[in-house]
Ligand binder design. Structure first.
Ligand code: AMP
Ligand code: MG
Length: 351
């Protein structure tokens, strides 16, 4: 398939290019576009055949439902049976933005989107190109992350081109996604609402607006043994995994550094190529040529923004084992540690 790459400046959006991309969506095609979280792979959410193409292009398991992207709060009414009061409050507080709300669906939403569930996940993205595309198409756009299933979510158009060139109609190149981790997913059908996936909006931010939010026990721990199945179907998959084995080291920072240096020596004595994921505050503890800083612990948003790109960069090297420092799991740290844990298959050393 021929893939067109449309370069669009988010500060000066070319309406002709948006019109073209919107037309591709209307005609049942696939358009990858930037959002503030990660790049999405979009299709007309009301067209079953178009949505099928998303699953095929990504190699996505059909039991993993998609998020529907709309332009504003009032577009939600057409897709859900009811909007719970707390959902309304969250929409007012965080939309447009990296928050996805799960509500009871109307029959107009095809089963393929929801993987047969009675609920649908919806969000309003804040990225100007994403919003312009949805408004122009005048349709809800189903869009999972624009990566091949199993690879880290794309935070730059070059990641999308790597994964999906030749498999989709259009890739919009709109620069970096500044948040860098996916949206927070909250189940609003239950009360108190339940956090199904930590993401760009933090648990603390949610609780400030609606009070108690429970965390799905399926995401809080290693759940691949099948004993605790996450409620959000996508969370059971070992996404985000780079080629190299990832080992997380958690604890007091000095001890973490000592442990990682010890593990590095051990690997090197066995000719295993290693990499170290550290932070601005800790990178000086390690050999410079092995170490990548993800950002500052004082500004964990930078760590979130760089994480997936770092994993993808390692895929281009012959590094076999990556040692990653754990970060504080409050705020955005909950999403960072969730993605790191998945990349590591919950391989954590506590010191
Ligand atoms: P992605 O768009 O690739 O980031 O994946 C979307 C995420 O939203 C996956 O983890 C899905 O399991 C989750 N999701 C989508 N729809 C629903 C739903 N109706 N109920 C629970 N989780 C959902
Ligand atoms: Mg994804």
């Amino acid at each position: 398939m021929k893939t067109e790459i449309l370069k669009i400046d988010l500060h000066n959006i070319d309406s002709q290019k948006i019109k073209y991309a919107a037309q591709v969506i209307e005609e049942g095609g696939l358009v990858a576009f930037p959002t503030e979280t990660v790049y999405g792979l979009g299709a007309n959410a009301l067209n079953k055949t178009a949505v099928e193409k998303i699953f095929k292009a990504k190699g996505r398991p059909s039991d993993n439902p998609l998020i529907v992207h709309v332009a504003d709060k009032k577009s939600v009414g057409n897709l859900v049976l009811r909007i719970p009061e707390k959902a309304e409050k969250l929409m007012d507080a965080f939309w447009p933005g990296p928050l996805t709300l799960v509500m009871d669906k109307q029959s107009i939403v095809p089963d393929i989107i929801t993987a047969g569930l009675d609920t649908v996940a919806i969000r309003v993205p804040s990225h100007p190109i994403a919003l312009a595309l949805i408004r122009e198409a005048k349709l809800p756009i189903a869009a999972p992350s624009a990566n091949i299933s199993g690879k880290p979510s794309p935070t730059d158009s070059k990641h999308v081109i790597n994964d999906l060139y030749g498999k989709v109609d259009v890739i919009i190149d709109g620069g970096f996604s500044n948040i860098g981790v996916e949206s927070t997913v909250v189940d609003m059908v239950v009360d108190p609402p339940m956090l199904l996936r930590p993401g760009g909006i933090t648990l603390e931010q949610l609780e400030d607006v609606i009070g108690n939010v429970r965390i799905d026990p399926g995401i809080a721990q290693k759940n691949l043994d099948g004993k605790v199945v996450p409620k959000s179907p996508g969370m059971k998959y070992k996404h985000y995994a780079p080629k190299a084995k990832v080992v997380i080291v958690e604890g007091e920072i000095q001890k973490v550094a000592e442990k990682i240096n010890e593990l590095v020596k051990e690997c090197e004595s066995r000719d295993i190529k290693v990499g170290i994921l550290a932070t601005d505050e800790t990178k000086h503890f390690y050999p410079e040529n092995l170490t990548v800083s993800l950002g500052s612990r004082l500004n964990p948003e930078t760590i979130a923004a760089n994480l997936f790109n770092a994993f993808r960069d390692y895929d281009k090297t012959d590094v076999q084992t990556i040692f990653a420092e754990a970060v504080d799991s409050s705020g955005i740290g909950l999403a960072i540690m969730n993605r790191m844990n998945k990349a590591a298959g919950y391989n954590i050393i506590k010191v």
